[in-house]
Design a protein around this ligand. Structure first.
Ligand SMILES: NC(=O)c1ccc[n+]([C@@H]2O[C@H](COP(=O)([O-])OP(=O)(O)OC[C@H]3O[C@@H](n4cnc5c(N)ncnc54)[C@H](O)[C@@H]3O)[C@@H](O)[C@H]2O)c1
Length: 248
């Protein structure tokens, strides 16, 4: 498939994991993408290994100045941005009564405020250049279900769910669609600690209809569908790609 011929995208959290999988497939399908991440070393390696069509740039999604610089670079590089994959995120867990304020603030600043800042900057660029674009936010099953010890993360992904819907409503007048996908457990760095604990994996499997974690490429497939014209009648939607975890 070459669904993204002549299309440009900004992908945050693109140095590894789900963001990298999105970047690889988007570029394979004909697009050009700004790969944005806070981890410059890994980002450079990833962009080099993808090659043509991948443009690395540093961003800290918690900082409005850094996000503004990323948006300016995207504008200079591409002229216009057709698609935003707002994907950067972090995970932290601890029992509620032991959760430090710093952890809660850092997770909220990255996962929730970061998606607000990046969405505002890139949607602003789309509106300025008259692009009827698509925005895809990375949410999580934890926007809907919870596990013990996930106060910071679950609160942040609950915020992403509502932010996605409000963005869809407010940006509809400009022809911009906004959707999110909600992964369950994906085999990336974020999930590595849980997936290395056999007891935890067995417990989790009992809650999944599909008895394995997801490969990042399976999440990229959903993200790219939402960004493509195949999803032209969808906005404000949260698509769960979580092995049925949130329905059990
Ligand atoms: N892996 C899972 O099981 C899972 C499940 C549900 C949702 N998600 C979500 O998927 C998204 C991607 O996570 P992943 O699993 O690929 O994890 P990952 O750790 O492999 O990748 C996350 C990327 O985000 C980058 N990042 C972190 N903070 C940043 C910041 N302040 N500014 C810019 N970049 C930053 C990291 O450097 C990293 O490259 C996240 O939003 C995460 O919450 C992951």
């Amino acid at each position: 498939m070459r669904r993204f011929e002549n299309k440009t995208a900004v992908i945050t959290g693109a140095a590894r994991g789900i963001g990298e999988a999105i970047a690889r497939r988007f570029i394979r399908e004909g697009g050009r993408a700004l790969l944005a991440d806070i981890d410059e070393d890994q980002l450079r390696k990833t962009a080099e290994s993808i090659g043509e069509g991948a443009y690395p740039v540093f961003v800290d999604v918690r900082s409005s100045d850094s996000v503004a610089a990323m948006a300016k670079y995207a504008s200079e590089l591409f002229g216009q941005v057709d698609i935003l994959f707002s994907n950067a995120g972090i995970m932290a867990s601890s029992p509620f009564l032991e959760t430090p304020e710093e952890q809660f603030c850092d997770v909220m600043n990255t996962n929730a405020k970061g998606m607000f800042l990046v969405g505002k900057a890139i949607a602003g660029l789309m509106v300025k250049t008259g692009v009827k674009g698509a925005i895809v936010n990375t949410c999580s099953s934890y926007c809907n279900i919870v596990s013990a010890g996930t106060a910071s993360y679950s609160a942040s992904k609950g915020a992403v769910l509502q932010l996605t819907k409000v963005m869809a409503v407010d940006l509809a007048q400009y022809g911009i669609r906004v959707n999110a996908f909600a992964p369950g457990f994906v085999d990336t760095r974020i999930a590595a600690k849980s997936l290395s604990d056999p007891n935890k994996v067995e417990r989790l499997k009992s809650q999944w209809c599909i008895k394995r974690p997801s490969d990042p490429s399976e999440q990229a497939a959903v993200a790219l569908f939402l960004a493509s014209d195949d999803a032209s009648y969808m906005t404000g939607e949260i698509v769960f790609a979580d092995a049925g975890w949130h329905i059990v």
